[in-house]
Design a protein around this ligand. Structure first.
Ligand SMILES: N[C@@H](CCC(=O)N[C@@H](CS)C(=O)NCC(=O)O)C(=O)O
Length: 266
């Protein structure tokens, strides 16, 4: 793990913590000051929260209330030069954009240790596909009528779903037969795939779960396994209720869940 390097990167606050994974104590580690900034929704940040939480990595999970964003978006120490969230501070390092933040955290937590460049690229490719082609498409569906006035939410879901599920099947086929991409412990790609499954579950609702789980058996098992990891199960209560910043998301979700998807076998 890279935390001694992170500590030598000029961290201001050092926290000594004993990390355990199952029954095995992995290391006594020094953590710098870590702040993850996002909104009080699952959105782009839950994967990052989960990776840090599961590693037992102390961090400030800053959830900016939406109305306060206008006052913070031009502060580069908060929103970065690209003026968007999430952003991450890790000691003196500042990182913006979800995928680069994920990659940075993965490196700092040692997820890439011992892997060659192709193996790292493969893991990042699976995470990128899950995030960009599935999660962001589902978010687009939830916001379809806001982004495209006149668009119908149910029609948007019915049109998007075949491609989303096809992509998810490709992701599912990339998962290892057992355990995680990281072997005995999950790594960033595992957290991406698990959160992608959670996003699909959320949009589709519990009544349909058995129908799409059959098409995504490895992802479903992975999501269950990640959900039950001790640190994450404990943190589950603090998980934001909403996926997006849409203020009436529950209305949109209720409408989406009542879509007739029988033509798709769902
Ligand atoms: N490409 C960026 C997009 C970040 C982004 O657009 N974040 C949204 C929240 S999900 C945001 O900050 N919106 C406020 C704004 O753009 O003013 C990423 O993947 O992190």
């Amino acid at each position: 793990m890279r935390v001694s390097k992170a500590a030598s990167d000029g961290c201001k606050i050092l926290i000594e913590k004993t990390l355990t994974c199952g029954s095995a104590t992995l290391a006594r580690m020094h953590f710098p000051s870590i702040v993850l900034r996002y909104f009080p929704v699952v959105g782009r940040a839950q994967v990052l929260r989960n990776a840090l939480t599961d590693a037992g990595c102390p961090f400030e999970d800053l959830r900016l209330p939406m109305p306060e964003w206008q006052g913070r978006r031009s502060d580069p120490t908060f929103a970065g030069r690209l003026k968007a969230l999430p952003t991450l501070s890790w000691g003196d390092a500042f990182v913006a954009e979800t995928l680069p933040i994920a990659s940075f955290i993965a490196k700092r937590l040692g997820h890439y240790d011992g892997l060659d460049d192709s193996a790292i690229a493969f893991r990042e490719a699976v995470a990128s596909c899950a995030y960009m082609d599935i999660v962001l498409r589902l978010v687009e569906v939830i916001r379809a009528d806001a982004h495209h006035p006149g668009a119908d939410l149910q029609r948007s879901l019915a049109v998007a779903l075949p491609r989303v599920l096809q992509k998810f099947e490709h992701v599912d086929a990339c998962l290892p037969d057992e355990h995680y991409f990281g072997g005995e412990r999950p790594v960033m790609t595992d957290f991406f795939v698990a959160e992608t499954f959670e996003a699909l579950r959320y949009v589709m609702g519990p009544d349909r779960e058995a129908r799409f789980t059959g098409r995504l058996p490895r992802s479903a098992a992975l999501a269950t396994s990640i959900r039950n990891r001790p640190e994450l199960a404990q943190a589950w209560r603090g998980r934001p209720a909403r996926l997006t910043g849409r203020p009436d998301e529950e209305v949109a979700i209720a409408r989406l869940r009542s879509t007739d998807l029988s033509a798709l076998g769902l």
